[in-house]
Design a protein. Sequence first.
Length: 161
Amino acid sequence: MLSAVAAQSHTIRRPYQIPMSIRMETAVTVLIGSGLGCASAMSTAHLTQSPAECHYAMPDATPIFAEVEVDDPPVLVDHPVPMPYPAEMRRLGIAGQVSVHYVIDSTGTMIPSSLYVDSASQLEFVYAARDLLTASRFKPAVRQQRRVAVCVKQDLNWVFS
């Protein structure tokens, strides 16, 4: 479990330049530990209250809604199994966490340039989150019987069990 990673913790505060327009402007907490077993991953989502949380605007000015503004939220229908786990982090036995905001468009596709990283334990897990989300497919959100773009907040956790 993540609590087993308790050897050292460092916080890095600086913006990162990451390919595919991932924007990361907050603290990165680096956890260093060992003695962990097999890897697994889990994810939790939190309802967005405002589309401004995504820090993104559609190029064609299509409106983006917060999850609380839609009648039916987006639903995950397909994703890579297993979740991608950074090879170096697996080798070192390091668990990780990434908290992100992103936009799912009206076709059910995550818009890669909308990915906004709120926090991450290691940069390698940011890349894994990007790969997972861009390969995932969703049933689009619905508002007033129309498919719409929606801002989503999600925490992704890579843990050893």
